[in-house]
Design a protein around this ligand. Structure first.
Ligand code: HEC
Length: 150
């Protein structure tokens, strides 16, 4: 029984981190009918979705050579947002990546001219760095956010 639970948990974590989800309600219901708040809806996951949208927005601005929207402050929640259970074992380790990302975000917001592409790509690498440690599923999606490779 212990192994069944472990296997379910493992499947659950892999699924939580996948970027392309197929009928999530169905999968969740099968895997873990008792879970009220299926994974993918943690505070951190929701924050990640708006970070992804933000990346698409600023990539657009860079490509059109249009000004950036105001620098968002809500992403500071990265340091405290509640994750899907079991996703982060050492918050200090995680927050080192988060801190780097926020500092790269600041660089993007203050970048101008030809530096904007570089700053954007550095921010995107920062997404990737954390994801290599914490949640591999969305990596292809983050790769597709590249300006070189839209
Ligand atoms: C500090 C580490 C860290 C950084 C930086 C980071 N992520 Fe994440 N990301 C995570 C973790 C951990 C999860 C899993 C969240 C959960 O399930 O609670 C996640 C989940 C996601 C998801 C899946 C969300 C869902 O719907 O379940 C996407 C997409 C994503 N990240 C994209 C990005 C993008 C794009 C960036 C950069 C703009 C980024 N991430 C930066 C750690 C990070």
């Amino acid at each position: 029984m212990k192994y069944v639970v472990l296997a379910m948990l493992a499947g659950f974590l892999v699924w939580a981190c996948s970027s392309e989800k197929v009928e999530p309600e169905l999968v969740t219901a099968k895997q873990n009918p008792s879970r009220l708040n299926p994974n993918g809806d943690s505070e951190l996951a929701l924050l990640m979705r708006s970070m992804t949208v933000y990346m698409e927005t600023i990539r657009d601005s860079v490509q059109k050579e249009a000004p950036f929207p105001d620098c968002p402050t809500e992403f500071e929640a990265l340091m405290v947002a509640k994750e899907t259970e079991g996703m982060i074992k050492d918050r200090n380790h995680f927050n080192a990546y988060a801190d780097q990302w926020l500092s790269d975000l600041n660089q993007v917001c203050t970048s101008t001219g030809g530096n904007r592409v570089k700053a954007y790509e550095r921010l995107r690498s920062s997404c990737l760095n954390c994801h290599q440690s914490y949640c591999q599923g969305p990596i292809p999606k983050i790769q597709r956010l590249s300006i070189q490779n839209p």
